[in-house]
Write a protein that binds this ligand. Structure first.
Ligand code: NAP
Ligand code: G4F
Length: 363
């Protein structure tokens, strides 16, 4: 039985990867952080399973990392932990650098110090944000990097330190340059999830309007569950190499809104330009989407489009056989429609609980 250690197991990708590796028969260990609120929602269904284990560790704390790696002695490490929000990285640049750049170094050094450099393979969660102010469209493994946020600059260090340890110490460590991937488990402040939640809330009368930033920004959006398979494939490869993982298709934020609202039965029509652009309900003329400059970034990456040919050729991973853009939007909207309906039902019961207890409807 192989042993895997996942940092960032409570995140979107960590939770899907843990499920994937458990199904493959791995003994799965994950790192979590102490928090005053419950943040284990995405992995709650895995807790208590025989081959699922959690350990406290923080990427800012070398000692905790050395301790967990020395104890678990993993065959594979998936370093997914990060301050992963690009806009937040402008507000917390030092923290982002510590976790997303130096944190990667801490993992690599811990593996060496625990004498696991010859046996432990390491996957680093790299990103299409490295292409930033893009110098070529679409972007492949050969496209020059031009990071365009504190997050991307930190991740660029992560990318290069992985390459350095591979060349200097002959370690099997690789970066997956993953383009945006989303799901029903996506954090609620990333644009796709913000849109699908708002579409569900607006449809169910729980929200009036959605405020967004740059509607023209272009992304190559895939499904997170399809992408975690690639993380594993990259570590099963004969040689340690870096791979672009993407769908090869590009859509705008505006388009994402159009399809998300379409799935709840609202046809959107966009009028106006830049900050004055608005999204109208075509049937009623009501404004449902407005632009707020609060969501503009000091530097914004606006043209991401991946070329996944290498992954297709060498790993056999074919995005055309995976979840399509429309299927992705649909599955996210459907999950959020259910979530909002459940929240409304719970709210209704809570409001009327005293009366129900009194009338004996609930005990
Ligand atoms: P996510 O949902 O934000 O999850 C991030 C994880 O990192 C969480 O488990 C979080 O723990 C953990 N974490 C944050 N700071 C930490 C620290 N100091 N020490 C230990 N753990 C820490 O992100 P995701 O979407 O799953 O992405 C996974 C990785 O892929 C990230 O490295 C991200 O930068 C990268 N990536 C993501 C995408 C994408 O489109 N999703 C694309 C390219 C690359 P808490 O739950 O305690 O906060
Ligand atoms: O959903 P986003 O916040 O994702 P972003 O910045 O592309 O970062 C995500 O993908 C990266 C891979 O390329 C990962 F490395 C990273 O960890 C993260 O998972 O924003 C997407 C685009 C941006 O251009 C942003 O300006 O949407 C635009 N946008 C427009 N309105 C908005 C909003 N983004 C957010 N978060 N909120 C808005 O209201």
């Amino acid at each position: 039985m192989k042993t895997a250690l996942i940092t960032g197991i409570t995140g979107q990708d960590g939770s899907f990867l843990a499920e994937f590796l458990l199904e493959k028969g791995y003994d799965v260990h994950g790192t979590i952080r102490r928090s005053s609120v419950d943040y284990r929602e995405r992995i709650a269904h895995l807790e208590g399973k025989p081959h699922f284990h959690l350990h406290y560790a923080d990427l800012g704390d070398s000692m905790s990392i050395i301790q967990v790696i020395g104890k678990v002695k993993p065959n594979e490490i998936y370093n997914l932990a990060a301050q992963s929000h690009v806009q937040v990285s402008f507000d917390s640049p030092e923290f982002t650098a510590d976790v997303d750049a130096t944190g990667v170094l801490r993992i690599l050094e811990a593996v060496r110090q625990c004498s696991l450099a010859d046996t432990c393979r390491i996957y680093q969660a790299s990103t299409s944000e490295l292409y930033g102010k893009v110098e070529e469209v679409p972007q492949s493994e050969k496209t020059p990097f031009h990071p365009y946020s504190p997050y991307a600059v930190a991740k660029l260090y992560g990318f290069w330190i992985v390459k350095e340890y591979r060349e200097a110490y002959n370690m099997f460590c690789c970066s997956g340059i993953l383009f945006n991937h989303e799901s029903e488990r996506r954090g609620e402040t990333f644009v796709t999830r913000k849109i699908t939640l708002a579409a569900a809330r607006i449809k169910q009368g729980k929200q009036d309007k959605l405020y967004l930033g740059n509607l023209s920004s272009l992304r190559d959006w895939g499904y997170a569950k399809d992408y975690v398979e690639c993380m594993w494939l990259i570590l099963q490869n004969k040689t340690p190499e870096d791979f672009v993982i993407a769908t090869g298709e590009q859509h705008s934020v505006r388009e994402f809104c159009y399809y998300a609202f379409k799935h709840v039965g609202i046809e959107l029509e966009f009028k106006g330009e830049d900050a004055d652009e608005k999204g109208y309900d075509k049937a009623t003329g009501k404004v449902l989407i407005e632009v707020s400059k609060d969501f503009y970034r000091p530097t914004d990456v606006v043209n991401l489009w991946g070329d996944p040919s290498k992954a297709k050729k060498e790993l056999g991973w074919d995005p055309t056989k995976k979840t399509s853009f429309e299927q992705l939007v649909k599955l996210m909207v459907e999950a959020d429609m259910k979530k909002v309906a459940a929240e409304s039902a719970a709210e209704y019961v809570k409001t009327n609980l005293a009366e129900y207890l009194e009338k004996g409807i609930v005990k």
